[in-house]
Structures are given as C-alpha cells and as structure tokens.
Design a protein around this ligand. Structure first.
Ligand SMILES: Nc1ncnc2c1ncn2[C@@H]1O[C@H](COP(=O)(O)OP(=O)(O)OP(=O)(O)O)[C@@H](O)[C@H]1O
Length: 319
C-alpha cells in the first residue's frame, strides 16, 4: 500500500510535484501516466526516500520509506535499469543487493529464474541488452518478495515477448495481493493490464480512477460504417441526428465515422434509407484517446534532464 498526502516537490522556482494525494492499493495494478516531465519519476523517487519532499508525505505500508528497517522487503523498485555497473556480473549485483537488504541468498537464483536470466547470471551487466537490463532491474525489485512494487517504464527496450512477459508478471504480482504501481508510455499496454490509472499533468493529479472509468470519460464510441452508399447514408444520419448532437465524419479510407449515435441507430437508419452496408461496428474509446483529451491542456514538450549521477535503481542508492 502506498499513501501520498499533499506530496510536493519544488525544484528552484518550479513545482514539479504539486500536492499529490492518493492511495495505491494492494491486489491491483495501478498505471502511472503523464506526459514527459509530469513528475512521475520525481514522485517515485520521493516514495523511495531517494529525494526529500518539499512538503507532504509518501508512506509505504503506513511508514515513511526512510524509517523502514528493510526496504527491499517492503518495496521493490525499478527506477533506472541502466544504473547497474557494467562490469558487474548480474548474479553478483543481486547478491550484493540481497546482502544489503538482509535477504536470503537463495532468493537470487529464484529471481534470476523468474525473470528468465538464470543462464546468464555470470555475465556482466555491460554485456546485457537493454531488455536484459530491464529484466535484471525487475529481478532486483522482486528480490525481497516485497508487498509493494514500483516499476518505472518496465517495458522499455523489451521486444513483444518481453512486453507480454511484463504484462503477465505484473498481473500475477497483483493477483498475489501485492501493490503494483507501474509507469508506462504505452497506453495500449496500460489499458490491457492496469485496474486503475493515476494520471499526472505538470505535477498535479488529473485522474485517479478505475481504468474503465477513465476510458469511459473519452469522447465515446465512434460507429464506423463502410458502405457503397456513403453519401446517401451520411445525409440520412445527419438529418436524423442533427438535433441530438450526432456528428458524421470521414475516415482515411472513405468510411463514415459517426459520433453520438449507437451502432443500432445507425444500422436502422441505413436500413430505412435502403443503403447497402459492408461493415458497421462500434470503435471503443481507448485509454490513449482519454489520455490525450485529459492532458491536452497541460502537455509540456520539454525534455527531461539527464539523470543525476549516482541515481540508483531504487534500493541501492543511499542505503
Ligand atoms: N534532478 C533534477 N534537477 C532538476 N530538475 C529536475 C530533476 N529531475 C527532474 N527535474 C524536472 O522535474 C520535472 C519532472 O520530472 P520527472 O522526471 O519527475 O517527470 P516524469 O513524469 O518522470 O517524466 P518522464 O516521463 O520524461 O521521465 C521536469 O520538469 C524535470 O525537468
């Protein structure tokens, strides 16, 4: 369980995390979304105690991370997969983490197997692909069998198999009753896996709701119609729906795209008009669509600065 209360971070004159209050609950996957520079990494670093909040609190299982005796057993994190020293062997890296966190050595081989790196534990991190480094970072997060997991862009650099693997992993971790907080830029992926979505814009909370609710807040279902009689059909749908906010547009392939009417209504109008239909379906609103609408007014196109040196993958820094 993660509880943020009025969490605020100011950097110079800028407020990068602004009075963030939310709970991330166990047994669910919570997607953490926001445009570049929205403050997601800053929030995660404060949760881990790697950055001091300017105001407010971030608690893991009711306690401030800096007060927890054994962080890797309370919270596992993937913040920066590139943070492992390239000369270090994967297994040694995890052994060092285990030692520092008071975790039994046998867990190292267990997590290497769980992330699919059992055969390459003796290899140096510098020889790893980005995807393998991501897996190693995730292994580190799982090491202490923590109740809470926080993963920053875990699918970065992974191929489609790897993306699916992360999806199954986070699902199974939530099904085991753990709290799973995952940031990602892949909206379709978040829509598939996240039970809830937390959306940040310029440090402020824009949405904190079940994924289905956030998706449902998007402009709604579009009815797509392919017909050789599109002119006729467009006129009839416009005439029938003009008083009810129905709008008719054209897609790239000449198909009609009707907003504000149910598929059944459009089908009935086509039938009454004698228009031939080759295809008619409702296109569900997507999380991407909702995300674009919700962040439209707050999107920032500034690039993030490079990570300050010494930034570790969550558990290693400063402990
Ligand atoms: N160490 C730092 N020093 C100064 N400014 C920083 C530092 N880290 C982040 N920032 C600034 O704080 C703001 C929030 O950055 P943060 O990395 O938390 O956003 P983010 O949502 O994680 O973005 P991204 O998805 O691009 O990683 C940005 O404007 C960024 O430029």
């Amino acid at each position: 369980m993660l509880s943020l209360r009025g969490l605020t971070k100011r950097r110079g004159a800028r407020t990068v995390v602004d009075r963030l209050t939310l709970d991330v609950r166990p047994g669910e996957v919570t997607g953490f979304l926001g445009p570049n520079g929205a403050g997601k990494s800053s929030t995660m670093r404060m949760v881990l105690g790697l950055d001091h909040p300017t105001a407010g609190t971030a608690r893991v299982n009711g306690r401030d991370c800096r007060e927890l005796d054994c962080p890797v057993r309370e919270i596992g994190a993937l913040l920066d997969a590139g943070a492992v020293h390239p000369g270090r062997r994967a297994r040694d890296h995890l052994l060092a983490m285990a030692r520092a966190g008071g975790v039994a050595k046998h867990r190292v081989d267990a997590v290497l197997a769980r992330v699919g790196l059992a055969d390459v534990g003796a290899k140096r991190a510098g020889e790893f692909s980005l995807g393998m480094r991501q897996r190693l970072g995730i292994a580190g997060a799982l090491l202490g069998e923590p109740e809470t997991l926080m993963l920053d862009e875990p699918v970065n650099g992974l191929d489609p198999d790897g993306v699916r693997w992360v999806r199954d992993l986070v699902r199974s971790l939530a099904d085991e009753g753990r709290t799973v907080f995952v940031s990602s830029h892949l909206m379709s992926e978040v829509q598939l896996v996240a039970d809830r979505v937390v959306l940040l814009g310029q440090g402020r909370l824009i949405a904190d709701a079940p994924t289905s609710e956030v998706v449902g807040s998007a402009a709604g279902t579009v009815v797509v119609v392919r017909s050789p009689d599109t002119e006729l059909l467009a006129r009839r749908v416009e005439a029938a729906g003009s008083e009810h906010g129905v709008s008719v547009g054209r897609g790239d392939a000449g198909e009609l795209r009707v907003s504000g009417a149910a598929p059944e209504t459009v089908g009935d109008i086509a039938h009454a008009a004698g228009a031939r239909i080759h295809a008619l379906y409702g296109e569900e609103a997507s999380l991407e669509q909702a995300y674009m609408e919700l962040t439209e007014s707050v999107t920032e196109h500034t690039a993030s600065p490079p990570a300050p040196s010494g930034q570790a993958s969550g558990q290693e820094g400063g402990r």
